[in-house]
Ligand binder design. Structure first.
Ligand SMILES: Nc1ncnc2c1ncn2[C@@H]1O[C@H](COP(=O)(O)OP(=O)(O)O)[C@@H](O)[C@H]1O
Ligand SMILES: [Mg+2]
Ligand SMILES: [Zn+2]
Length: 361
């Protein structure tokens, strides 16, 4: 199910891409004017559409009925690319094919024009993982590519790329998707699959996905595979490890009331009930940040937009009235330390217990 959902809802045309308008608009414009660069770099977080847009662009470059920069998705060329049958679209995973031989291979394939298509398109994923030699070989090809060749390089870690590469590509920075964009697509999938789900479920999935539509879609797939055609909020919370907002409010209340024993009991109760303490720490940092923002601005809902669950707002405003920003800053800094300590602590509860003892005095 996870696999089919993911494939089934991979956008086939630019118009189906959520967000990333700065990318799709520019690419379509270049296609319409026939002013396509010879190499592009798609940089940005995972699950935001880099591979998807690279494939749509490859289709558009070779489509027989291109209209306003949009591939038709019906001609034999578009279909061959959709089914990964086209020999002229070459996808290389830089993380597993890191060596110079693969890049020499690219050069060899690139040399000869295609007999069927206008362009050969190389999509090199995780390009920062290539070895130094492979990189240098790639650079040579990027310098003077044959006119019938286009490169699309993709990476989640653009800071690892050499300036020599950056200067030879047109770069697009992909953005994390907003909660609203993720929720919108999840709702679309649920409608198409004829599944019933309470509205809050979308919010929980989207918050957990941290801007990645791929992660959101696989969480939804997981829920559907467990719950079938009717997903309940309780199942969603359970499966996705959702921590209710009142738990964050309670933790802050205990710290501010300097209730060390109450705080330590709470941490241990959470641990015993199976809560992931690093998720809890992240959530508590995020919750505290919202309170600071609520104290600083007139309308937190407007400043943070869809980052604010309505459910949060009621707690945030209440605590914001009773706490000093300086105390919150201290709490947040101490919790950031906890995040690091959790990775190496022999006892999972210990870093949070120590933080409570520091903060609640
Ligand atoms: N911007 C987007 N709009 C619509 N769907 C998206 C978008 N980004 C990701 N997805 C969904 O997530 C899946 C994985 O996206 P992908 O393009 O492979 O991400 P990336 O290459 O950036 O890691 C796609 O099949 C699609 O269903
Ligand atoms: Mg990808
Ligand atoms: Zn087509």
């Amino acid at each position: 199910m996870a696999e089919t959902l993911y494939r089934k809802y991979r956008p086939a045309r630019f118009k189906d891409i959520r967000g990333q308008e700065h990318v799709t608009r520019t690419l379509r414009g270049a296609l319409m004017l026939d002013r396509v660069a010879h190499a592009y770099l798609f940089a940005g977080p995972r699950g935001t559409g880099k591979t998807t847009i690279a494939r749509i662009f490859a289709k558009a470059l070779n489509c027989e009925n291109l209209k306003e920069g949009e591939p038709c998705d019906k001609c034999s060329t578009c279909q061959a690319i959709n089914e990964s049958r086209s020999v002229d679209i070459i996808e290389i995973d830089g993380a597993s094919n890191r060596g110079i031989d693969e890049i020499r291979n690219i050069k060899e394939i690139a040399r000869v024009a295609s007999s069927q298509n206008r362009f050969k398109v190389f999509i090199i994923d995780e390009v920062h993982s290539l070895t130094k030699d492979a990189f240098n070989a790639l650079l040579k090809t990027l310098e003077e590519p044959p006119a019938h060749v286009k490169f699309i390089l993709a990476t989640t870690e653009p800071h690892k790329l050499l300036p020599t590469v950056l200067s030879r590509v047109q770069r697009f920075d992909f953005k994390k998707l907003s909660l609203a964009e993720i929720i919108d697509k999840l709702k679309h999938i649920v409608r198409s699959e004829k599944i019933s789900a309470e509205t809050d479920i979308f919010h929980i999935i989207a918050t957990n996905a941290e801007g990645s539509l791929r992660d959101a879609e696989s969480s939804l797939a997981k829920l559907i595979s467990v719950s079938g055609t009717a997903i309940t909020l309780d199942q969603a919370k359970d499966i996705l490890g959702f921590i209710p907002t009142d738990q964050y409010a309670k933790a802050l209340d205990l710290i501010l009331a300097k209730d060390q024993s109450g705080g330590i009991k709470m941490i241990n109760d959470l641990y015993v009930s199976g809560v992931d303490l690093s998720l809890f720490t992240d959530g508590l940092i995020n919750f505290s940040r919202k309170i600071i923002i609520a104290k600083a601005v007139d309308s937190p809902k407007e400043s943070l937009g869809d980052e604010f669950l309505d459910d949060h707002l009621q707690y945030v405003e209440k605590i914001a009235n009773t706490v000093e920003s300086a105390d919150l800053i201290k709490i947040i800094n101490r919790l950031i330390q906890v995040r690091h300590d959790l990775k190496t602590s022999p006892i999972p509860q210990l870093p949070l217990e120590l933080a409570i003892m520091d903060l609640a005095i």
